[in-house]
Design a protein around this ligand. Structure first.
Ligand code: AGP
Length: 605
């Protein structure tokens, strides 16, 4: 998953390419590059590492040209270095690419037999060489179509041509691509977000589409090379997106604004006057819903797992959860009365988008819970429930996870009410408790100082375990994921009751074990599992909402979150774990907003 930008203008483009690449860094940040066309030469500049490095290179040696393409890379084929950074150019063509060319090895062998030489280890270079070859007998558009026919995989490309100094061609198969419009300037971008600082007028390419941009015009073609028209969408404002204010980094801002995130989200769905939930237009009448399948990846999948407990508690609907990369290859029995819910912050995650496509092909009803309402997943689903969290920049998801959980809880509550499976007074009580959630989140954030002390316990640790039961189990998984992502420390999330079936072998003197134990129906059981860990020398870090249990000589460290409705405690228990991962990473001097090897939006399979 990489980021693509292309600009055709009547003025120099390199500065705007750099600023768009900075916006695109959430898609990949292990190398960057750009190519402009000036004095009829392709002028390529590349670096390993961040866009900042590319900016420094440009500062020393500016790139002229009113037309150019740029790229941020997240390595798939070939290590992240300057040679493998995009663009990949021949004498006459320069290509930026997102996605994977699955038959690149085959094509490479064929081209090598013809005497062609490859400079990089990437799959992208085959595109450059195929188009270069085709240009000997065809115009740029035909050369691109001819090349696309030979490629297998899921990808998006942006292409610059030395001898056609006014055009950029873009093509989409699988990976998203957008076009932006402005006065005497048009743009190609991996997504609308990359283009938002330059325009709010956007069109999206569909699978198989190709576009040709000049500064005054954009033409679109479908996969059969038939000219087509595209709808122009007007984008909403960014609302102070790139401002981290007084915070050290975006992640801390995003953690500490979660009470506002919760408030904004709840405001959108809860009717203050009527103590009711404003969710209508279900794609399936709630009383007819036979089964709900919740699908996502990573943190989004953890919100699905948490929601499973809510749907089971509040409704009589059968619920299943699946990881999108598994769902998409399962031999599923689809049913028109099943509702398939896709959860994704970015709305661009390739596995989740592919899983959604499978549902569409099987003509079943889909709902997406997304943060980015202009995203592919939102646009492709029958029903969209936005989380209203505002842009999340830190690669490790925090406020979006919270928003996903809130929307899923609200949805479970609404479905329960619509099916008459919850008593009215309980429904109203749950809504009231939900309205108290932002204040409780604010109060929970005060645990930071204690979490800072707890974080020190991890500095010399070989690894760690996160344990929970019931709805605290997905929170344990999420806590472990956050710690792994941010601090590069090994962390395992486990259902506390499963420890004795194997993982107990990992416990040794001093191993940090985080026990998440709210005072719910699992509390006593979790304490028993904790004793098993204590008996083997594990260092217990205890997170609860029950003050009494904190006082225990075997507990190295205890933290308390406020008490609220039992159903909502997973939301509050998440916060100390986010803070823990954050502070361990700070102590270890890790890059908080851009952890190594990761990207914000995973647009490859
Ligand atoms: C979260 O901290 C991760 N970076 C990652 O697991 C993420 O949640 C996952 O890639 C899914 O992303 P999405 O919500 O944008 O679909």
């Amino acid at each position: 998953m990489c980021g693509i930008i292309g600009i055709v203008s009547n003025k120099p483009v390199s500065i705007n390419i750099i600023s768009s690449l900075k916006r695109l860094e959430y898609r990949g940040y292990d190398s960057a590059g750009l190519a402009t066309l000036s004095k009829n030469e392709i002028n390529e500049k590349k670096c390993s590492g961040r866009v900042e490095e590319l900016e420094k290179i440009l500062f020393k040696s500016p790139s002229d040209g009113n037309i150019g393409i740029g790229h941020v890379r997240w390595a798939t084929h070939g290590i992240p270095n300057v040679t493998n950074a995009h663009p990949h150019s021949s004498e006459i063509v320069s290509v930026v690419h997102n996605g994977i060319i699955e038959n690149s090895d085959e094509i490479k062998k064929d081209l090598e037999k013809k005497g062609k030489k490859f400079k990089s280890q990437t799959d992208t270079e085959v595109i450059t060489l195929l188009i270069t070859e085709a240009l000997a007998n065809h115009n740029p558009l035909d050369s691109v179509f001819k090349t696309l026919k030979k490629l297998k995989g899921s990808f998006a490309v942006g292409i610059l041509f030395k001898n056609h100094k006014d055009i950029i061609i873009g093509a989409r198969r699988g990976s998203p691509l957008a076009v932006g419009y402005s006065n005497k300037e048009n743009y190609l971008g991996s997504d609308s977000y990359a283009l938002k600082s330059m325009t709010n007028k956007i069109s999206y390419l569909d699978d198989g589409d190709v576009c040709i941009l000049t500064k005054d015009n954009v033409e679109f073609y479908d996969s059969n090379k038939k000219k087509i028209n595209k709808k122009v969408h007007l984008l909403s404002d960014d609302k102070g997106i790139s401002d981290k204010g007084d915070y050290k980094n975006f992640m801390s801002k995003e953690i500490f604004e979660q009470h506002v995130t919760a408030k904004n989200c709840i405001k959108e769905y809860v009717d203050n006057l009527k103590e009711d939930i404003n969710i209508f237009n279900f794609p399936i009448k709630p009383s007819n819903i036979n089964k709900i399948t919740l699908i996502g990846c990573g943190t989004a999948y953890h919100s699905c797992l948490t929601a499973k407990y809510w749907f089971e508690e509040l409704t009589k609907v059968d619920v299943e959860t699946d990881i999108a990369s598994e769902f998409r290859y399962r031999n599923l029995k689809f049913n028109e009365n099943n509702l398939y819910i896709f959860v994704s912050q970015s709305g661009e995650t390739a596995d989740t988008a592919a899983a959604l496509d499978i549902c569409k092909k099987n003509k079943v009803k889909t709902c997406s819970i997304v943060n980015v309402v202009e995203s592919t997943i939102a646009r492709n689903s029958d029903w969209v429930l936005p989380i209203h969290a505002g842009p999340e920049i830190g690669v490790a998801s925090t406020k979006a996870f919270l928003g996903q959980m809130i929307v899923l809880f609200i949805l479970a509550l609404k479905i329960s009410k619509s099916r008459s499976e919850i008593a009215n007074d309980l429904y109203i009580k749950k809504i009231k408790n939900l309205k108290d959630l932002p204040a409780k989140i604010k109060e929970t954030l005060k645990v930071e100082h204690n979490v800072q002390l707890m974080a020190k316990e991890f500095l010399n640790a070989k690894g760690s375990m996160f344990l929970g039961r019931g709805s605290s189990y997905p929170i344990a998984l999420e806590g472990a994921l956050k710690l792994k992502e941010l601090s590069y420390l090994h962390a395992e999330g486990y259902p506390a009751g499963e420890m004795k079936h194997g993982p107990l072998a990992l416990i040794e003197e001093g191993l940090p074990v985080i026990v998440i134990a709210p005072k719910d129906k699992y509390f006593e059981k979790t304490l028993s599992n904790m004793q098993e860990v204590i008996a083997r020398g594990g260092k217990i870090l205890f997170i609860t909402n029950n003050l009494k249990e904190l006082i225990n000589e075997n507990i190295r460290f205890g933290l308390r979150v406020p008490v609220l409705d039992d159903s909502l405690s997973p939301i509050l228990l998440t916060i100390p774990l986010q803070l823990l991962a954050y502070h361990v990473a700070l102590l270890k001097n890790c890059d908080i907003d851009k952890p190594r090897n990761l990207a914000k939006s995973v647009t490859v399979e």
